[in-house]
Design a protein around this ligand. Structure first.
Ligand SMILES: [Zn+2]
Length: 87
C-alpha cells in the first residue's frame, strides 16, 4: 500500500553529518549524495575529479579506473562460478 506523501518524505536517506550540538544532522541527503545541501551535498561542492584534483598522480585510483577493475573482478567471479557449475 502506498504511504501518504508526508510519510514517504521521512523515509528518504538522512544526512547524518555531526552537528554542532553533537547529534547527527536529520536533513534529507541531496539526491545522489550522502550529505544534505548544508553539509557538502550542494551543487559544485567538493574537490574536482581526475587530473583537475591537486592530489592526482597516476590515474590508478580515478573513478573510471576503480570502476574498470570492479567490472573485471565481477567478470572473473562470474566465470569462476560458471566453471564451477559445469564441473
Ligand atoms: Zn546535513
Amino acid at each position: 500500500m502506498r504511504k501518504p506523501d508526508f510519510l514517504r518524505l521521512n523515509l528518504s536517506p538522512r544526512c547524518g553529518a555531526k552537528t554542532r550540538s553533537g547529534r547527527p544532522c536529520r536533513s534529507p541527503a541531496v539526491k545522489g549524495r550522502t550529505r544534505c545541501r548544508m553539509h557538502g551535498g550542494a551543487k559544485g561542492s567538493g574537490a574536482p575529479q581526475g587530473q583537475a584534483n591537486g592530489n592526482y598522480q597516476h590515474g590508478l585510483f580515478t573513478c573510471e579506473a576503480i570502476q574498470g577493475r570492479r567490472a573485471i573482478r565481477e567478470l572473473i567471479r562470474r566465470a569462476k562460478s560458471t566453471l564451477a557449475r559445469l564441473t
